[in-house]
Design a protein around this ligand. Sequence first.
Ligand SMILES: [Fe+2]
Ligand SMILES: [Fe+2]
Length: 421
Amino acid sequence: MNELAYTTLVDGLRAVHASIEGMRVLGHEHPAVEAKCLAAATLLTRASEGLRSRRNAAGLLHVVSFDGRVACGGVPLPAAAGLASTLFANLSCVGGPALSIASKVEAGDVALLARAVLARDGTLIHATHPVRACQVVSQLAQTGTATSAAPVDPQRAGQTLHSAWESVRSGSHIPMHAVDSLAEQMHAMLRGDASALLHLSALKHHDQYTFVHTVNVSVLSASLAQACGLSDAMVHDIAVGAMLHDVGKGLVPEHILNKRGKLEGTELAVMRRHPLDGARMLIDAGNAPDMAIVIAYEHHMHLNRTGYPLPRQDHFPHLASQIVQVADMYDALRTNRPYRAGMPIEQAREIMFQGAGVSHDKALLDWFFERIAQRCADERDLSDVAANGEASATTGEIASAAATPDVTPEATARPTTAPGL
Ligand SMILES: [Fe+2]
Ligand SMILES: [Fe+2]
């Protein structure tokens, strides 16, 4: 028995617990918390290497807790028993009293896990859809076997979204069966061959900007959620929430939605009502998933209490909302609009990282650009070439886009055609 590796594992687990509790007290950006996350990641990586014979076929080392005990690969860890009622009790609220440790764990992985636990502590999400953020491994990084999932048909996806948005707008029940099945179809493709789904995110030719944006955000959000190791149920819920995140724009007058210039004064105030309006509309629909309501409400709310609606002192956006926000902003920056060109990936990255660790979680941005953005960039760039005559901007518009400091989706990707959804 590899005593040293088991001791290292227990130390790593204690460090994970300390990271969560440290973040709870000190906040997610405190240097002491970052140091603890790094220590936990280092110890868990070392333990995973020392215990590689205990890893499963997917390369994961499983640690579970039951009946007040903790065990790894069937080997009891008496020294970790104290963690059963602390760390593993915390993990229970995000998917079960277990931790799956990848061959290489990074500080950002531990920070994401801690954030998932803390986000779960104080949100509206019901326990029926747990997060399994304890699986600190990138699923996208693994080359999965392609499944035979049917490809998503953009036309049908558009119809589904159209009727969902219309239902919300008219205050009637959302056709959740169709929305769920679209999300499930996306997710099935993501589980099998993620790149096939990312092709969809590069759609450029549809004449309804809102549809393209919504599908893009849904695909990118689901991809990021999966890369974070969230549970299948959570990935599904995030995909659905992303489909409905901008539904409140249905109440924004068209002359504001379509305005080519910067929004000012009252126009800006009206536009900024769409998260609150969207959440209310989803509640009124009577059958919207809780997660969709939370995402609609929080998708422009930042970690540093900027954004809108203005968060209360103790309110931090849920991890799911942060995921959708990253995807939303990325799509807004990258998409060609008649008043400015979509930005190259490097420029989008530079702008988004201006808020890293301040308004947006740095680990999420790192993960997104390392594991998602680059993968769909090639497809999107190819599509840009194909769509050149239809959607690309002039050189002058490119220049003005580069000089635009406001990176909110409303400022950068305001639809110039009626959303029609
Ligand atoms: Fe929005
Ligand atoms: Fe959006």
